[in-house]
Design a protein. Structure first.
Length: 357
């Protein structure tokens, strides 16, 4: 297992999305150059095959232009410039389809592997890259060894493919002496094309294996230690101790607001000692009675104490107290199924207050 030299721990945890995002910004992604090479070679071969007649026409035009005998015997500098411009133009027109296909294939291969990405950090100059000692050490890393072995395998496999492809055509090659030059040239071009396609298919298999290895190697290098995971969690979500303290302060503030609402309640329903629920109803502002405070244990004791100090009636109703405490939150209206019980309770309280008045 890889170890982190800074923290001294083993990198056993999978990389988080945040770390992968940072690595992506720095240009560190799982990418195989073999995939790009295969795309470029296939695109080049197919575009050459598809544009063969286009190449032939342009080469014939250039040859005809150069073999004209109606030119001035002594070329002037202007004629030389025109001649150079003509050949550059024909060369560009001839090679343009292949260039376009190769560029498109390279962009497609990179986009398929890493998506659209522009990393300015990876383009920034780094003096460490000019260190010859670091560069020499990189030649003996596991990645360099894998690249060397991969190159040897490619050369060996491609050589076998070319050897057996030519060996299978030896009989036809021996009969070429009796054919025209054009036929011989066409035969060589077709055989070269199909050998190239076979080589590309072999390299495609190598590219798939190499991309799988590069992705596995990248994820292994991006793994994190347990300490790094904890530190990142603190940075993204906050310190658990701080969050716990903030939550505690929020609960205390909510409890104080709740206790401040008890003196304004119309009645406090009790269980009688374990639970306490304060109710308030104002027919000019509310559609239904509202729970303004509730609590159990010491909180319920404080609610009852504040209610007694402020002459808020305490009424014992075990079932109603349990239902309101379990199913109704603070500053929430009483559900319809408890309307009748709460209405009878409030009616009793109002009659009690009228008698005392």
């Amino acid at each position: 297992m890889a170890e982190d030299p800074e923290s001294g721990g083993e990198k056993t945890e999978d990389a988080s999305s945040r770390k992968l995002g940072k690595s992506r910004e720095e240009g560190q992604v799982a990418k195989s150059m073999e995939v790009t090479s295969v795309f470029v070679l296939l695109a080049g071969a197919l575009s050459l095959f598809a544009a063969a007649f286009h190449f032939y026409q342009n080469m014939v035009r250039v040859l005809q232009y150069n073999l004209r005998f109606d030119r001035i015997p002594e070329l002037t500098p202007v004629d030389i410039v025109h001649l150079l411009g003509y050949h550059m133009e024909r060369m560009l027109i001839t090679c343009l389809p292949v260039f376009a296909a190769v560029c498109l294939a390279a962009l497609t291969a990179n986009f398929a592997q890493v998506g659209f990405m522009i990393s300015w950090k990876s383009l920034a100059p780094k003096p460490s890259r000019l260190n010859p000692i670091s560069g020499f050490k990189q030649k003996f890393t596991s990645r360099a060894v894998v690249e060397f072995v991969k190159t040897l395998v490619k050369v060996f496999v491609i050589s076998l493919v070319v050897y057996y492809a030519i060996k299978g055509e030896l009989t036809d090659i021996a009969r070429l002496y009796d054919n025209s030059t054009g036929h011989i040239l066409l035969f060589i071009l077709l055989e070269t094309f199909w050998i190239f396609i076979k080589v590309c298919l072999i390299m495609l298999v190598v590219a798939i294996l190499d991309y799988s290895y590069q992705r596995w190697k990248f994820l292994e290098e991006q793994k994190m230690t347990k300490k790094e995971v904890k530190d990142e969690t603190k940075q993204t979500e906050g310190d658990p101790m701080v969050k716990s303290r903030i939550r505690q302060l929020q609960q205390e503030a909510a409890r104080k607001r709740m206790m401040a609402a008890v003196p304004e309640a119309d009645v406090v329903v009790t269980n009688p000692t374990r639970l306490a629920v304060a109710l308030k109803y104002d027919n000019t502002q509310m559609d239904a009675p509202m729970v303004t405070a509730k609590g159990a244990g010491p909180v319920a004791e404080n609610i009852r104490r504040i209610a007694r100090e402020n002459d808020v009636p305490l009424v014992e109703d075990k079932q109603l107290a349990r239902n309101l405490y379990s199913h109704v939150d603070i500053e929430e209206a009483v559900p319809m199924e408890y309307y009748q019980a709460v209405a009878e309770l409030l009616a009793y309280v109002y009659r009690l207050k009228n008698r005392q008045g």
